[in-house]
Ligand binder design. Structure first.
Ligand code: AMP
Ligand code: MG
Length: 479
């Protein structure tokens, strides 16, 4: 057993103004919530060693492992459209990067590791609720095939954190292909630091898009990645909830799971976040918000794109506008598969919109309707079954033109329409049990979420929609 972590810290080699170096603040008594053994092995780490007292000390921030160069990253961002010139890692500390067995470079970051120079009025800590939430949902997203940061481990701290009341503290060890955000670029752009912008651009290209040419190439690649990512969210009924530019990942991963949620009953205007009063980040707004975020990235990159500002704006605008084409193609491909199609026809978008329209009007459960399409039970999800029947007639006509049977179409749909998602009421129940000292619901849900398309028989109860009294319609920020 070895606690060795093969660090190679490229971000720590960037100029000092990119971050603040500091160690995590030790906690009273690290305790195990979970170690993600498959992910640990993929990273080249020993999961058994991580679960020892020495390993937990590393995961809680009590002991800095050899080769780590802990730092808090600087960034800025637009929060709900309002500019904030200085955010940065206020409660997260990057230990360093490892070159994993898959050949890729990954950040290992401790979230909730104590105050940093970027903490503003915050305590730098996290409580068990948001840590469990991010663990479950980010790992579920991974199992669903969505680019995402991941959860390597979660530990308790043996200390209370104070929100409205005292709550048990926790730290999440997060793994990401980087933590470079749109807001990282904005941080330097706002300071007129073109040299840093160039260094960051080169760094981001090397990490994420080695084939990209210059700042415009980076913008193009990041825009396309966001377009494909948001199309995947839309296909799962996922609402990120805080698509601020500091939560927009330049490599195209889902990052910063706060008040996010998977919808139960479908409505395009659905919002969960308690702080999203005006529905800026509602389900149906996500594509246009992603475009807005890419426009902020473009604005930051302008000085690198062309010395002639008008020429730079023209080139960058064209690239950001390219989002629509990538998004629409990705959205159509995904939803075609969700209704079991393998070929393309002109009217497919209309057929899909028709189904979504009926689901929205009747508030059919998003996940169960599409899974039901695969299992032949979708009709049961409609309060007015004729709404399904008439749509299904058009769908069967379309299948006939494709020359495939309904059974074949269902098999296609079953590969992309999950049965098990991290439903909000289940996540909340796991959190409440954990706060009361019982981790069994968390572990059970976590294990079930690893098999979203082929649930084990004993997990079938997790496919149920909440009864009205069980539904959790509000989510809160991770603070
Ligand atoms: P988030 O909404 O989680 O993406 O966080 C937005 C900003 O607030 C980031 O700069 C965080 O580091 C900071 N932040 C959130 N919670 C805390 C906390 N408890 N202590 C210090 N900073 C925090
Ligand atoms: Mg954030």
């Amino acid at each position: 057993m070895s606690l060795r972590m093969p660090f190679d810290n490229s971000y720590a080699r960037l100029p000092a103004r990119f971050y603040a170096r500091l160690d995590p603040t030790p906690v009273a008594a690290p305790g195990l919530i979970a170690i993600n053994a498959p992910l640990a092995r993929m990273l080249g780490l020993d999961p058994a060693a991580l679960a020892t007292p020495e390993g937990l000390a590393v995961l809680a921030g009590n002991r800095v492992p050899e080769g780590a160069e802990p730092l808090a990253q600087a960034y800025a961002g637009h929060q709900f459209g309002g500019w904030n010139p200085q955010l940065g890692d206020g409660r997260a500390i990057l230990l360093g990067e490892v070159l994993a067995t898959d050949g890729n470079r990954y950040d290992i970051q401790l979230k909730g590791a104590g105050p940093t120079p970027f903490s503003r009025r915050g305590d730098g800590r996290a409580w068990v609720g948001p840590v469990i939430r991010e663990y479950l949902i980010s790992e579920a997203m991974h199992a669903l095939g969505v680019p995402t940061t991941r959860a390597l481990a979660a530990v308790t701290t043996g200390e209370d954190v104070y929100r409205e009341t005292a709550l048990p503290g926790a730290v999440l060890a997060r793994v990401a292909s980087s933590h470079i955000r749109v807001g990282t670029f904005q941080f330097f752009a706002a300071r007129g630091d073109t040299e840093a912008l160039q260094i960051l651009t080169d760094h981001a290209i090397a990490r994420h898009y080695p084939a990209a040419q210059g700042a415009l190439g980076l913008l193009q690649a990041a825009t396309a990645a966001q377009a494909r990512l948001v199309a995947q969210w839309m296909g799962l009924g996922f609402i990120h909830g805080v698509m601020n530019t500091d939560n927009s990942h330049v490599g195209g991963e889902t990052i910063d799971y706060g008040p996010c949620a998977f919808m139960d009953d479908f409505h395009p205007d659905r919002v969960f976040s308690s702080i999203d009063q005006f529905g800026r980040y509602a389900y149906a707004n996500q594509p246009q918000i992603a475009v807005w975020n890419m426009a902020q990235l473009a604005t930051g990159l302008l000085p690198l794109i062309d010395p002639d500002q008008n020429a730079a704006i023209e080139a960058a605008t064209a690239v950001v506008q390219g989002f629509a084409e990538v998004y629409e193609a990705a959205w159509l491909a995904r939803f075609r598969a969700k209704i079991g199609l393998t070929t393309a026809e002109e009217g497919d978008g209309g057929l899909i919109e028709m189904l979504l329209g009926r689901m929205g009007t009747l508030q059919a459960d998003f996940t169960r309707t599409f899974r039901g399409l695969a299992e032949g039970t979708a009709r049961e999800e409609f309060a007015e079954p004729e709404a399904w029947d008439s749509w299904a007639r058009d769908w069967r006509d379309r299948l006939a033109r494709e020359g495939r049977s309904e059974a074949e179409a269902r098999a296609t749909a079953a590969r992309v329409n999950p049965a098990i998602i991290p439903r909000n009421h289940r996540v909340e129940a796991a959190i409440q049990a954990a706060v009361a000292g019982d981790l069994a619901p968390f572990h059970r849900l976590n294990a079930a979420l690893a098999r979203p398309f082929g649930p084990a028989p004993e997990d079938l109860d997790l496919t149920a929609a909440p009864r009205p009294a069980e539904a959790v319609r509000k989510t809160f920020c991770g603070t």
